[in-house]
Design a protein around this ligand. Structure first.
Ligand SMILES: [Zn+2]
Length: 97
């Protein structure tokens, strides 16, 4: 799926800024199931679900459903960039933290 004239990365950032409390593209590949009982809430705004995933540093929690949502967004942006031969840009964006 391509967005004519759209920048997949900018689109992804906009989604993240709109629906979550973070302002960067999380390293979804580094997410892992919670290592133990933790206090916190899903980074999606107003999400009442119990948390199930944490990032490599043990923060930025996600519930089960939103982990899949975020993974899908990122996969779609990645695919769009690769088809536009701009996959390098994506890796750059991810490593910039
Ligand atoms: Zn959630």
């Amino acid at each position: 799926m391509t967005q004519p004239g759209g920048d997949p990365l900018a689109h992804l950032r906009a989604l993240i800024e709109k629906y979550t409390v973070i302002t960067f593209i999380p390293d979804i590949d580094a997410y892992r199931p919670l290592s133990g009982p933790k206090k916190g809430s899903c980074i999606f705004r107003g999400c009442p679900e119990s948390i199930a995933w944490e990032d490599a540093r043990g923060g930025n929690f996600l519930c089960k459903g939103h982990y899949l949502t975020l993974k899908m967004w990122i996969d779609e942006a990645r695919k769009a960039l690769i088809s536009g031969e701009r996959s390098a840009l994506f890796d750059e964006a991810l490593s910039r933290k």
